[in-house]
Design a protein around this ligand. Structure first.
Ligand code: ATP
Length: 297
């Protein structure tokens, strides 16, 4: 017997970053959109906890108990007095260390999968609570769709969307560490007075209406200068995507994946082909949004 859960990547259409707090974290106003690039998590009974991973980036995924999928299974088992004797297989299609919350997706996916396998029937509140304990981006991978995250990004408000948006994601040749990007943000903003992060009303309206042009005009990412500072080659990728007709081009989350908003599905395919041919990225993929969160297949 096994259970498979499909879980999406995310793009931040707004990532507003506040000043570093005394605990080192930053308050955020984070507008998440779940996009159609997925990892699939399959869990099946085993003698002991074991993690395996397949896919182009599999070699970069830790298979020990630091893997967020393993941590999710251990947390659920502990809370319900169970032994986490489970084989977790991650079929990985979300780029690793790409700023698309792939590890977070695996955490949410493993949690939903183990809950179904073990019949623990945890409430939505309990699952969301465990997700928040695993990391700031994990609750969103559970709910999917579109949402505003505040606090460290983990307090979620679901947002309505009025239509589909078509994206291209350009994967970079190497990853970027999220903590390193925040450290670079702090360095670049040393001595600068940073305003409270707030969600853009224009952006929320654009999402609610499904208005691609308005969304393109409103997207923003306060981490982009820090990501570009650590990974200057991304500027060329962004320029190629714009030249190929992208309505907006931005770094996804902490990067280094870059995200391009297209007018429609056909436009996305054209931009992806141009990016792939440009030699400024490893691969380019099209993906539509929004898409549901962790879903049992
Ligand atoms: P975010 O967008 O949330 O900042 P990211 O997409 O940049 O995250 P991830 O792919 O989630 O980055 O992984 C970041 C690091 O977390 C990896 O380099 C890896 O060491 C570790 N990690 C833990 N669990 C996983 C997992 N299941 N898949 C991938 N990486 C994982």
């Amino acid at each position: 017997m096994s259970v498979t859960v499909r879980v999406p990547a995310k793009v931040n259409v707004q990532l507003a970053v506040g000043a570093a707090r005394p605990d080192g974290f930053h308050d955020l106003a984070n507008v998440f959109l779940a996009v159609g690039l997925y990892d699939e998590i399959t869990v099946s009974p085993a003698d002991e906890l074991r993690v395996t991973c397949s896919g182009p980036d599999a070699a970069q995924v830790p298979l020990d108990r630091t893997n967020l999928a393993a941590r999710a299974a251990l947390t659920l088992a502990e809370r319900h007095g169970l032994d986490a004797a489970v084989h977790i297989h991650i079929a990985k299609d979300i780029p690793v260390a790409g700023g698309m919350a792939g590890g977070s997706a695996d955490g949410a996916g493993a949690l939903v999968a183990c809950d179904a396998l073990w019949g623990t029937r945890a409430s939505r509140e309990e699952l969301l609570g465990i997700c928040a304990g695993l990391g700031s981006d994990v609750p969103f991978a559970l709910v999917g769709g579109a949402a505003l995250g505040t606090g460290r990004g983990e307090k979620l408000t679901v947002l309505e969307t009025g239509g589909a948006f078509h994206w291209v994601f350009a994967m970079a040749a190497r990853g970027l560490s999220t903590p390193a990007v925040f450290r670079e943000f702090d360095r670049l903003n040393d001595g600068v007075r940073i305003p409270e992060p707030v969600a853009s009303q224009d952006l929320l309206d654009a999402l609610a209406k499904g208005d691609t042009d308005a969304l393109a005009a409103a997207v923003s990412n306060d981490l982009q200068p820090a990501a570009l500072s650590l990974f200057p080659e991304l500027a060329a990728t962004l320029a190629e995507g714009r030249a190929a007709g992208a309505l907006a081009a931005l770094v996804s989350g902490s990067g280094p994946t870059t995200a391009f908003l297209a007018r429609d599905a056909a436009g996305a395919v054209r931009i992806a082909e141009a990016l792939a041919a440009s030699g400024t990225c490893r691969t380019a993929r099209v993906a539509a949004s929004p898409t549901p969160g962790a879903t049992v297949l």
